[in-house]
Every structure is written in structure tokens, then in C-alpha cells.
Design a binder for this molecule. Structure first.
Ligand code: PEP
Ligand code: MN
Length: 357
């Protein structure tokens, strides 16, 4: 037998995860840590919202698990540790994670709509757009004040001063907002006012940014890089989860393919696979993927049919005046029509629009 063959059989990842849901106290989980330590199988505690996860190395830890006495709480679940993104695996939380974005809940089975302009531009634009999307049933606002633009000559966003307009829009409509963060140094300052963060496609693998946003504990929309795989996106989400923040939503926003007819190609396979593989809610952005208003409705309906929990939609009261991505924003009447047809589609699938009556 060659040493090489021997080695390949040894390198397997057979570790076990003990999952303790919120009914198990931290003191009970600590007793498990001490038990494993004294059995020669040290571990560490990972937090997943109010749950705790303990990896147990095989084969050494298996005996310790089998020998657990009645003083140790029974794990809610035992799951094999597989892959590079195991905290996000569906098996750890089969019912799925619900994200609380202000008063809105995403991931509870309903279809949530987050809508607003690509970029926050001025008070009139932000207020009018926010009131419009609120009137038609959006549960949260979007709007970038830091815009990662391909050209450095393009409008880069209003920066911190633009936050005032989002705060004012929230006050008027009662809707929470998400906004993009591009710099780890900005996270603390933004966290004082935002309801949720957005990490853009271009920053999906900015690991320092992921860790900083994870530490904020706030909800985050993590957009898939347009050159990144389904698994790489799950691994990026794992950086957020590793900080103990389970308020993470994955967003499919189109990938770059050979197809030039749309801005990007919406990958609905990612939606279906993520729904199977991870407990995190899944969002679809039909605006940035299609890049054209007339594609937003068909892509939205398809996303809901594929299982998306929420949609992230660009809306502008005057798209021709927009400083960013006006050529993909829905006009007011288009957004109103979309919401009506989304409600019908959701009902046909046994779901309903979030916040709808
Ligand atoms: C956006 O949503 O404003 C945006 C910049 O999208 P993406 O990061 O998906 O390109
Ligand atoms: Mn945009």
C-alpha cells in the first residue's frame, strides 16, 4: 500500500456537531464543554442566534458523547459536520432562520418586498419613493449612500449625509431600511442608525468587511458576487455566522455568463439550492440581474416560485432623472402592478405577501 493511499483515507471530515437550541441553557452547554475536555476532546462553542453548536472530533469525542451522563442536557440535534459552511447548513435549523428587520420578518414563509431607489439622491426623491413603496406593501426600504461604481467618475453616493434622508423616510413610512456598507471602518458608525446592512456583490469576499458586519449583530443582505459560485456564497455567509450573528440573508442578483441580452443572468438554481442547503432566508434582486424594468416582473414571479423569501427591487419616481441605475428602476405604476400580481402568485403557491392583509 502506498503512503499516499493511506493518507487519503484518513483525511475525511467525520466530525459531529451537537446542536443545542434556545431551550438549553448556556450553563448546560458549558458542562458539555468541560465533559468533552476532560475526555481529551476539547471543543469550542459557536453561537447561532440563541442556539449553541459544539463540534466534536471523531473518533476521540464519540466515546465521550456516548458516555454523557444524566447531568448533561440532551442535544437538540446531532448533525455531521460537512463542507466549509457548516454553521449555515439547513440541518442545524430545519425550520429555517427568521430575520427581524425592524418590525418586518423575513423567512417566515411569506414573500417580503424591500424596495427603493438604487441610490439615495435628494430629499424629494427619497421621500416620494419611500411613500410610494410603503403604500403598495413593501416591508422595508433600500437605498445606497455609498455606491460602489465601476467608474470612479460616476456618482459615488451622498455618503454619511445621505443617511439623514433614509432616517427621515423611515420616520415618515414606519419602514426599516437597509443600506450598503463598503468599508469595515464605517460599520460601527452606520450600525447606530441603520436597520440592516447590505454587502454588495463586489464585496462578497471582502472578509474583513464580513467579519465587521457580523460583529454588529444587525441583519445583513449578502449579495452574491457575480463571479462567485453557490458554495462560495454560502462560505461568505459563514464569515457572518461565525461572529454569532444569525440575521443573515443571501441574495441572488445575477451572475455573469456568455449571455449579453440582460445585464446579468439570474441564477434560480442558486435560490432552489440555497433553500435546500441553508437555513438562511434567500432574497432575489431582479433589478440588478435583469437590468431592465420589463424583466423585473417575470424574474420576480419566477423567484417566488423558486422559493425566494424576499425581493429587492429598484424603484424610482423619475427613473430618467436617476443618478444611478435609472434604466432598471420601476416607475410607480409598474411597481403597483408588480405588487398586485405578486400577491396573486404568492396566493397560488400557498403563500402571501409579507405585511399584507
Ligand atoms: C445595489 O443593490 O445597489 C448594488 C450595487 O447591487 P450589486 O452589489 O448586486 O451590484
Ligand atoms: Mn444599482
Amino acid at each position: 500500500m502506498t503512503p499516499f493511499r493511506e493518507k487519503t483515507t484518513v483525511v475525511t471530515d467525520q466530525d459531529l456537531l451537537l446542536v443545542f437550541d434556545e431551550t438549553v441553557t448556556r450553563a448546560g452547554v458549558d458542562r458539555w464543554v468541560r465533559h468533552l475536555e476532560s475526555a481529551g476532546s476539547p471543543t469550542r462553542i459557536y453561537r447561532l442566534g440563541a442556539s449553541h453548536v459544539l463540534p466534536v472530533s471523531e473518533p476521540d469525542g464519540a466515546d465521550a458523547v456516548a458516555a454523557a451522563g444524566p447531568d448533561l442536557p440532551v442535544p437538540t440535534r446531532r448533525v455531521p459536520r460537512e463542507g466549509q459552511a457548516w454553521l449555515g447548513r439547513r440541518e442545524l435549523r430545519p425550520a429555517g432562520t427568521e430575520v427581524s428587520l425592524g418590525p418586518a420578518t423575513i423567512g417566515d414563509g411569506s414573500v417580503a418586498v424591500i424596495a427603493g431607489p438604487c441610490a439615495v439622491e435628494d430629499p424629494e426623491q427619497m421621500t416620494a419613493t419611500a411613500e410610494l413603496v410603503a403604500a403598495h406593501g413593501a416591508v422595508a426600504l433600500r437605498g445606497g449612500v455609498f455606491k460602489p461604481r465601476t467608474s470612479p467618475h460616476a456618482f459615488q453616493g451622498l455618503g454619511f449625509s445621505g443617511l439623514e434622508l433614509l432616517i427621515e423616510a423611515r420616520k415618515r413610512t414606519g419602514l426599516p431600511f437597509v443600506t450598503e456598507v463598503v468599508d469595515p471602518e464605517h460599520v460601527k458608525r452606520l450600525a447606530e442608525v441603520v436597520d440592516g446592512f447590505q454587502i454588495g456583490a463586489r464585496n462578497m469576499q471582502n472578509f474583513a468587511l464580513l467579519s465587521a458586519v457580523g460583529q454588529s449583530g444587525l441583519p445583513v443582505v449578502l449579495k452574491r458576487g457575480f463571479g462567485c459560485t453557490i458554495e462560495e456564497t454560502l462560505a461568505a455567509g459563514e464569515y457572518l455566522l461565525l461572529e454569532g450573528n444569525d440575521q443573515v440573508m443571501l441574495c441572488e442578483r445575477g451572475i455573469r455568463t456568455f449571455e449579453p441580452s440582460a445585464r446579468f443572468t439570474l441564477d434560480l438554481t442558486a435560490v432552489a439550492l440555497w433553500k435546500q442547503r441553508t437555513h438562511l432566508p434567500v432574497i432575489v434582486d431582479p433589478s440588478h440581474s435583469g437590468g431592465r424594468p420589463e424583466l423585473v416582473e417575470p424574474l420576480s414571479l419566477a423567484a417566488v416560485a423558486a422559493g425566494a423569501d424576499a425581493l429587492l427591487i429598484d424603484v424610482h419616481v423619475q427613473p430618467e432623472q436617476a443618478l444611478c441605475d435609472g434604466n432598471q428602476a420601476l416607475r410607480p405604476e409598474q411597481f403597483a402592478g408588480l405588487m398586485t400580481r405578486l400577491a396573486g402568485a404568492a396566493a397560488g403557491l400557498g403563500r402571501s405577501l409579507s405585511g399584507g392583509n
